[in-house]
Ligand binder design. Structure first.
Ligand code: ADP
Ligand code: MG
Length: 227
């Protein structure tokens, strides 16, 4: 038991060090990014194409750091009661533009006056964005892209947000790894979306379930206790 305490203390310190380092990396990155953007704007430069690549890669490092910080930060959790459907609607409104661009048909269903849950809105928005982005990325190859979101009360005083895509699905050997940090099957994925979402769901006493069939699609259910 004592050994476990030492172990988790060590992990905590390692996490804090890594988070500190991530912050420190951001400062020189900002300087590099500033000059690179100047080079990107100079279309006459023989290095213009390289500058664009450097810029894309800087943005990628930035995304990894941002997601990593979300994961390691012992964020203070301000929780308040709210309606899940309001947050889901908000996230979908934010993503409307990318639905249009990528020809994704989206459909949201819920009963009026769903019971409220208690939680941190910003963190839960992050979870919905992560899951919906994954759904969209999984449908990239489909001709008809259908994203269905249903919010409903379960029989066990819980409320479920069900996010269904008709994308490529997840094979069992991949499914076994999707909560591992940095595990990704995408060329430019960070592999942090699922682990972040899982962490936030646990902090809300909720859980994630996945139902998937290769070449048919994936249904991700986020279940929350009702307050
Ligand atoms: P990333 O999206 O950066 O790859 P995530 O942690 O969000 O990282 O997801 C990890 C992996 O889980 C993805 O690379 C993908 O293989 C798989 N995955 C997650 N959601 C879906 C989905 N809806 N359909 C198919 N595969 C998925
Ligand atoms: Mg993702």
């Amino acid at each position: 038991n004592e050994r476990l305490t030492v172990q988790s203390e060590k992990l905590k310190i390692a996490g804090e060090l890594a988070a500190g380092m991530a912050h420190e990396i951001r400062n020189p990155m900002t300087v590099i990014s500033g000059f690179t953007q100047m080079m990107v704007k100079d279309t006459q430069s023989p290095y213009h194409a390289y500058a664009t690549i450097i810029n894309d890669e800087i943005n990628r490092i930035d995304l990894i750091i941002e997601e990593f910080l979300i994961l390691s930060k012992p964020h203070l959790m301000i929780k308040e009661p709210f309606a899940l459907e309001a947050i889901v609607e908000e996230v979908c409104a934010l993503m409307q533009e990318s639905f249009l661009q990528q020809h994704v048909q989206s459909h949201i269903t819920y009963e009026p006056n769903c019971p409220k849950i208690i939680g941190n809105k910003n963190q839960l928005k992050q979870v919905f964005v992560n899951i919906i982005k994954n759904a969209m990325e999984a449908m990239e190859q489909q001709v008809h892209k259908q994203l269905n979101i249903t919010i409903k009360e379960t029989a066990k005083r819980e409320i479920a947000v069900i996010i269904e895509d008709n994308g490529e699905g997840i094979s069992p050997d991949i499914l076994a790894h999707i909560y591992e940090p940095f595990f990704t099957t995408k060329v430019s994925g960070t592999g942090l979306g699922m682990i972040i979402s899982n962490k936030i769901m646990r902090e809300h006493h909720g859980y994630i379930t996945i139902d998937t069939t290769v070449n048919k699609g994936t249904t991700i259910t986020l279940t929350f206790p009702i307050l």
